[in-house]
Design a protein around this ligand. Structure first.
Ligand code: F6P
Length: 368
């Protein structure tokens, strides 16, 4: 292609700027022209807001280590349900504007899009191809690590690092006060962050969306620790963890669209319940967007740079679309429909779960 576009959509993840820089430099090195679309697809659907940015060597200088995305992102930017002012309606309404988007993309002379995003962005990219977008190469981004077909997404390592450091820090205050500390980390559908940070941070209990929990084993674990003279406990909970037979209502992507304030809450409820059941003091702490803020870890930088450059290499051949994926250390292109709208959850027999059980960590599903 002679002219390509890059966008970043969905929740940001440390490493997005590294993807942008690598893709821009790899593209420039091939003599192609590179543009960034501002805020997901908003830059094309609402061009009056300064929608497109020319990306070249100068524009991407010194951004590898920066958090966020120089292009901006959008949580409500699905072009198939784009928030649009409709006459006679007080609120913005979801309108299918995919055809308009594809027409503008083509009119601008773009021959391919590099889309950095999670499962939702891959679904959108796949649907846009069906509507006539010429080519898309997806780049798997999310701190949650829940994109299928790739061993890892960038942003995950950084988030795990922040969560682990937080858990380390909570140990001393928990011990000083002889408290139960319940730490909520991100992960609506998959418990990758909770599992990895929980094991690395030597949590006593880890609660994941993949393993519905009950309170009895958790209380038992806390009491066993008490009996051994350990009067504090650290519980790491993924925001999407659910009690057995029950359901905790958590935020979903649609909430943003409905203008609903999005709050954590799982940790608070668990802390209250554990305090009542153990008679101990309990505190809840939600790490929230701290896990997404700031620059990428070294390994996320490297992965993001590799993904960005590979996206351009995959555009060299004729006609191929797909998502860049890390498989056993190598970067391959996988079909978008293999990824679109699916979630990679933690396998219950994964080595990290088995290791955690060997270490005596409780998942709330069986008595310790
Ligand atoms: O998908 C990434 C993620 O970090 C989820 O773990 C989290 O639930 C969500 O984004 C929150 O995003 P926001 O507050 O931007 O809607």
């Amino acid at each position: 292609p002679k002219k390509i576009a890059i966008n970043t959509g969905g929740g940001d993840a440390p490493g997005l700027n590294a993807v942008i820089r690598a893709a821009t430099l790899a593209s420039e090195g091939r003599g192609w022209e590179t543009w960034g679309i501002r805020h997901g697809y908003r830059g094309l659907l609402e061009p009056s807001e300064g929608g497109l940015v020319r990306l070249d060597r100068d524009r991407v200088r010194g951004i590898t280590y920066l958090g966020g995305t120089i292009l901006g992102t959008a949580n409500r930017g699905d072009p198939f349900k784009y928030p649009t002012r409709v006459e006679g309606q007080p609120a913005l309404m979801p309108v299918d504007r995919a055809d308009e988007l594809v027409a503008r993309f083509r009119d601008a002379g773009f021959e391919a899009l590099i889309a950095a995003g999670g499962d939702g962005s891959m679904r959108i990219a796949h649907q846009l191809l069906e509507r006539g977008l010429p080519r898309v190469i997806g780049v798997p981004k999310t701190i949650d690590n829940d994109v299928v077909s790739t061993d890892m997404t960038f942003g995950f390592d950084t988030a795990v690092g922040i969560a682990t450091e937080s858990i380390d820090r909570l140990h001393s205050t928990a011990e000083a006060h002889e408290r139960i500390m319940v730490v909520e980390v991100m992960g609506r559908h998959a418990g990758w962050i909770a599992l990895h940070a929980g094991v690395a941070g030597t949590a006593d209990v880890i609660l994941l969306p993949e393993i519905p929990f009950s309170y009895e084993p958790i209380v038992e674990k806390i009491m066993q620790r008490e009996a051994r003279g350990r009067s504090f406990s650290i519980i790491v909970v993924a925001e999407g963890a659910v009690p057995q037979g029950g359901q905790i209502t958590i935020k979903d992507a649609g909430d943003a669209f409905r203008g609903v304030a999005v709050l954590g809450g799982v940790a608070e409820r668990i802390a209250q319940e554990l305090a009542a059941r153990t008679g101990k003091e309990a505190r809840a702490m939600v790490l929230g967007h701290l896990q997404r803020g700031g620059g990428p870890s070294t390994s996320d930088r490297l992965l993001a740079l590799r993904f960005g450059a590979a996206a351009v290499r995959f555009l060299e051949g004729e006609g191929k679309s797909g998502m860049v994926a890390l498989r056993d250390g190598r970067l391959v292109l996988v079909p978008l429909d293999e990824v679109a709208g699916r979630i990679k959850t933690v396998p219950l027999d994964s080595d990290t779960i088995v290791t955690a059980r060997d270490l005596g960590i409780c998942f709330g599903d069986e008595l310790p």
